[in-house]
Design a protein around this ligand. Structure first.
Ligand code: ADP
Ligand code: MG
Length: 671
C-alpha cells in the first residue's frame, strides 16, 4: 500500500485486532474502512464524569463508583449457573450471574479475587437489604477518560471494548478530517476534527451536544448539496419528445394509470426534455406504482439514443427488477442487462463491454454499477431506488458516468412537511393514489387465543396457490437471546401449524443463504417466508397475499405499514393479521391507526403524535435510517438552515469552483 494513502481510507484490517476474518464480521456493521469507524457514532453514553463512593451514590442512576471489594464469594445455583457476590465498602452489594459448569472457581471470580480497590459502573438500586448493583462493568484501575464513555451498536463477535479501541486508534489520524465546510459556516460550529473526537469521547454533555450539532449540520448540508449540486447548469442531455416506443409501452399496460402516475409521467417527461439536468424525487407509497415512472423514463431515454442505469440496493431486488424490465422493455426491442457483484467474471466483462459499446441500453444493478470499470457509451438517465439508503456519493458516482438526468424513487414514510424540507430543491413528485381496484390490505387485530385460526386460514390460502409472510420482530438484530427466541418460534411453527406447507426461514445473521431463500420465495418454490428481519422493502411478489405479524406491538406504525405493503400487490386482495400478546392503551390506539388508514404519510404523522419524535418514525427501527446521526424531527431546524445555506452557496458558485474541498467531501462520504 502506498505510504501517501490516507489512514482513514485504509481497510479496517489496519486497526488493532482486526484480521481478514474479523473484517468480515465487522463489515456487517457497515464498517469497511477506518473512516467508516470514525463515522459510526455511539448510540448512547455512560457517564464517567464523576467517580462516586457507595456513600455518595444515588439510587436509580447509572454511575461510576469506587471502593474496596469485600466478602467476595461464589456459589452454584440451578441450571449450571453461578452467582458471584461482593460488597463494596460494606455498603453496596455487587452481583454477577455467570454460566459456568466447571469445577473450582470461575475465571471471573479469580479475576475479582486479585482486586482490592475496584471501580464499578452500573445502575444502583435501593433494595430491601440496602444498595445493590447487578452485573456491573468493572475496572481494576481508575478509567482514563473522565467524560462520557461511548456505547456502540454491536453484533456478536464484537465487543464495545474492541470498538472503543478501534476508534481510539483511528482518532490518532483525526487530523485527516480536514474542515469541509466553508469558513463563514464553520465559524459558528465546533471544528470538525474536535467534533469527531468529542462525539466519541465527550468531555461532558455540553461538548457532546456541540459535537453532535456540528456533525448533524454537516450531514444535512452535504446531503442537500449532493442533491442540489449541478442542477442549475443548462447543460443536461435533451431527450426527445415521446415517440413510438413510449406510445407502444403505454398502450401495452394492462391497466389504467392513476392520475398521480399520469402527472408524474408528464413532469418527468418535461424534465427529461429540458436542457437543465433533471433531479427529481418520486415519493410514493409502497405499491403506488413508481416503477411505471422508471420504465417510462427508461424507454424515453433509449428512444432518444441514450442509455439507462438503474441502481437498487440488493442483488435480490436487482434480479427481481431485471425480470420485470425484461417483461416490459424487452418486447420493445430494448436490451436490458444485469450487473451485480456475484457474477462470473466472464459474464460481467461481457456486460461491461455491451454498456461501453452501447449494445446494452439499460443496466440494472447494485453498487457494482458504480465501480470504476463500468463505462457507458451515452448514459442519459440514472435511476436510483432509494427504498433503502443510497449515499450522496453513490448517486454522484452514478451520475458521473455520463451526462445523466437523475430520478430517485423513495417510499420512506415521512410526514409531508418534513419531506419538503428534507429534499429541499430536489423537486418532488408524489404518487399518493394506489392503483384503481387495488384493495387496501385488510388489516385485522387478532386475539392471540385465535392464533391457530389465523394459521389455518393462512394455510387455506396457500392451498389455493398463494403465498404468505410471517414476521417476527427483533428489537435489535444483534440481540442473541432475542434472535434465539424468534428462531425457536419459527422452528416451532414450521413443525407445527405450518407443517403441511413449504417454509423458508430467514434472519439477519444469515449470510449468502439469505438471497437464495428470497429467490426461492420469488420463484414460488417456498410458500411461506418466516422472517425476523424486515422483509426487503422493495420485495414485489404479487402472488403473496397473507401476512401474519407476530408481536405487532413491538413495531413502529410506519414499519407495520411498510410491512403490510408487501401483500396484495397483485390482483388478489391482501390480508394482514396483527397478533399482539401484550397490548397497552397506547398500543391499541396505535394499532387502530394502522387498521383505519392506509395513507403512509398520515400514518407517519400519527406515529409522530403518539410516540413523540424520539423514534424517527420507525425509520431508525427498520435499520435503514436516512442519516447516521441526525434525527429528522429533533433536528428539523438545523435541516432547514442547512438547506438554505446550500441554496445560497450554489447560487453564488454553482460549480463549486471555490470549494474543491466540499466537492471532495461529497465524493468521499457515505451519507
Ligand atoms: P412501488 O411504488 O412500490 O414500486 P410498483 O411499481 O412495484 O410499486 O407497483 C406495484 C404493483 O402494482 C405492480 O405489480 C404493478 O404492476 C402494479 N401497478 C402499477 N400501476 C398500476 C395501475 N395503475 N393499476 C393497476 N396496477 C398497477
Ligand atoms: Mg418499487
Amino acid at each position: 500500500m502506498e505510504k501517501s494513502m490516507n489512514m482513514l481510507d485504509r481497510p479496517v484490517t489496519v486497526l488493532p485486532g482486526i484480521g481478514p476474518k474479523r473484517a468480515e464480521t465487522v463489515k456487517k456493521l457497515g464498517l469497511e474502512t477506518v473512516r467508516d469507524v470514525v463515522f459510526s457514532f455511539p448510540r448512547a453514553y455512560k457517564d464517567f464524569q464523576k467517580v462516586l463512593t457507595p456513600h455518595t451514590a444515588q439510587a436509580n442512576e447509572e454511575q461510576l463508583i469506587t471502593g474496596t471489594l469485600l466478602n467476595l464469594n461464589e456459589r452454584n445455583i440451578s441450571g449450571g449457573r453461578r452467582i458471584i457476590q461482593a460488597r463494596l465498602d460494606d455498603m453496596l452489594t455487587l452481583t454477577w450471574f455467570i454460566h459456568y459448569r466447571g469445577r473450582g472457581p470461575s475465571f471471573l471470580y479469580r479475576r475479582l479475587q486479585k482486586i482490592k480497590q475496584i471501580w464499578v459502573y452500573g445502575m444502583v438500586k435501593d433494595a430491601l437489604f440496602g444498595l445493590e448493583m447487578n452485573s456491573p462493568e468493572f475496572f481494576d484501575k481508575e478509567p482514563m477518560h473522565h467524560g462520557l464513555m461511548p456505547v456502540y451498536p454491536l453484533i456478536s463477535g464484537v465487543s464495545n471494548e474492541q470498538r472503543k479501541n478501534w476508534i481510539r486508534y483511528a482518532l490518532n489520524y483525526s487530523h485527516e478530517l480536514e474542515e469541509c465546510l466553508p469558513p463563514n459556516i464553520s465559524k459558528n460550529l465546533l471544528e470538525r476534527e474536535q467534533a469527531f473526537r468529542e462525539i466519541h469521547f465527550p468531555a461532558d454533555w455540553e461538548m457532546q451536544a456541540k459535537a453532535r450539532k456540528r456533525i448533524v449540520f454537516e450531514e444535512f448540508f452535504l446531503f442537500n448539496l449532493g442533491l442540489q449540486y449541478g442542477v442549475k447548469k443548462a447543460s443536461g442531455f435533451k431527450h426527445s419528445l415521446d415517440g413510438e416506443l413510449v406510445e407502444r409501452y403505454l398502450k401495452s399496460l394492462p391497466f389504467e394509470l392513476t392520475d398521480d402516475q399520469q402527472d408524474a409521467l408528464k413532469i418527468v417527461g418535461k424534465d427529461m426534455e429540458s436542457t437543465f439536468p433533471m433531479r427529481r424525487l418520486i415519493h410514493g407509497e409502497v405499491g403506488s406504482g413508481k416503477t411505471i415512472v422508471a420504465e417510462y423514463g427508461a424507454i424515453k431515454a433509449v428512444e432518444s439514443g441514450g442509455q439507462v442505469a438503474m441502481m437498487v440496493p440488493t442483488e435480490v431486488l436487482a434480479r427481481q427488477m431485471i425480470q420485470r424490465l425484461k417483461g416490459s422493455l424487452g418486447p420493445l426491442g430494448i436490451n436490458v442487462t444485469l450487473l451485480i457483484g456475484h457474477m462470473p467474471a466472464k459474464e460481467s466483462d461481457e456486460v461491461r463491454k455491451a454498456l461501453a459499446n452501447g449494445s446494452a441500453q439499460v443496466a440494472v444493478g447494485t453498487h457494482a454499477l458504480i465501480t470504476e470499470k463500468v463505462k457507458f457509451k451515452n448514459l442519459t438517465l440514472a435511476i436510483v431506488d432509494e427504498q433503502h439508503r443510497f449515499g450522496v456519493r453513490q448517486r454522484l458516482a452514478l451520475l458521473d458516468k455520463g451526462n445523466a438526468d437523475l430520478l430517485v424513487m423513495s417510499a420512506t414514510p415521512i410526514p409531508r412537511s418534513l419531506a419538503l424540507t428534507l429534499y429541499g430543491d430536489l423537486e418532488t413528485t408524489e404518487i399518493r393514489q394506489l392503483p384503481q381496484g387495488r384493495k387496501e390490505v385488510d388489516t385485522r387485530l387478532v386475539d392471540p387465543r385465535r392464533r391457530n385460526d389465523v394459521y389455518d386460514y393462512l394455510v387455506s390460502r396457500i392451498k389455493r396457490g398463494e403465498q404468505a409472510y410471517v414476521v417476527f420482530p427483533l428489537v435489535e438484530e444483534s440481540d442473541k437471546l432475542d434472535l434465539k427466541a424468534a428462531v425457536n418460534e419459527m422452528e416451532e411453527l414450521k413443525r407445527g401449524l405450518l407443517s403441511t406447507v413449504s417454509v423458508g426461514l430467514l434472519h439477519g445473521q444469515m449470510g449468502k443463504e439469505k438471497e437464495e431463500i428470497f429467490q426461492a420465495f420469488y420463484n414460488q418454490e417456498i410458500q411461506v417466508l418466516l422472517a425476523t428481519t424486515v422483509i426487503e422493502v422493495g420485495m414485489n411478489v404479487p402472488n403473496a397475499t397473507v401476512m401474519v405479524i407476530e408481536n405487532a406491538e413491538r413495531y413502529g406504525l410506519a414499519q407495520l405499514h411498510q410491512l403490510r405493503g408487501r401483500v396484495g400487490r397483485g390482483d388478489k386482495p391482501g390480508i394482514c393479521f396483527l397478533l399482539s400478546y401484550n397490548l397497552s392503551e397506547l398500543g391499541r390506539a396505535r394499532l387502530d391507526v394502522i387498521r383505519n388508514t392506509n395513507d403512509g404519510f398520515k400514518i407517519a404523522e400519527e406515529d409522530l403524535k403518539l410516540r413523540g419524535p424520539g423514534d424517527l418514525l420507525g425509520v431508525r427501527q427498520s435499520g435503514q435510517p436516512l442519516f447516521k446521526l441526525a434525527n429528522l424531527l429533533e433536528d428539523s431546524a438545523i435541516l432547514e438552515e442547512s438547506a438554505r445555506l446550500v441554496q445560497e452557496l450554489l447560487l453564488d458558485d454553482p460549480d463549486l469552483k471555490n470549494y474543491s474541498y466540499l466537492k471532495n467531501e461529497l465524493k468521499r462520504q457515505r451519507y
